[in-house]
Ligand binder design. Structure first.
Ligand code: SF4
Ligand code: SF4
Length: 97
């Protein structure tokens, strides 16, 4: 896990947005098809593609610490992979992130 990644399980990666934020950026890896649209639309260059692949054989986005939760990638992703939540609302794999 990276420094700002608050939770990871078999399906979801959750990243804390900024240092004092209570928001979490979540990647539903299993839904991703590796198209890279999210990487290209992010105005903050906050996303990079993984080096490992999902069980379905696709690379997926990894948040690098620059996310501002602007949500542009959420609307651009055709597969509803990405989401932003309040920290207290996020439940990943049955555990609060
Ligand atoms: S929410 Fe905004 S800043 Fe964060 S990764 Fe998506 S496009 Fe980039
Ligand atoms: S836009 Fe969606 S499907 Fe495409 S790489 Fe990004 S998260 Fe995956």
């Amino acid at each position: 896990m990276t420094e700002h990644e608050v939770s990871r399980n078999e399906r979801f990666d959750a990243y804390l947005v900024g240092k004092r934020s209570n928001r979490v950026f979540v990647v539903d890896r299993d839904r991703c098809k590796g198209c890279r649209i999210c990487v290209s639309v992010c105005p903050y260059q906050a996303l990079e593609m993984s080096r490992e692949k999902t069980q379905r054989g696709y690379f997926f986005p990894i948040e690098n610490g620059n996310c501002t939760a602007c949500k542009q990638c959420l609307y651009a992703c055709p597969d509803f992979v990405l989401s932003v939540h309040k920290l207290e609302e996020v439940t990943v794999g049955g555990e609060t992130a």
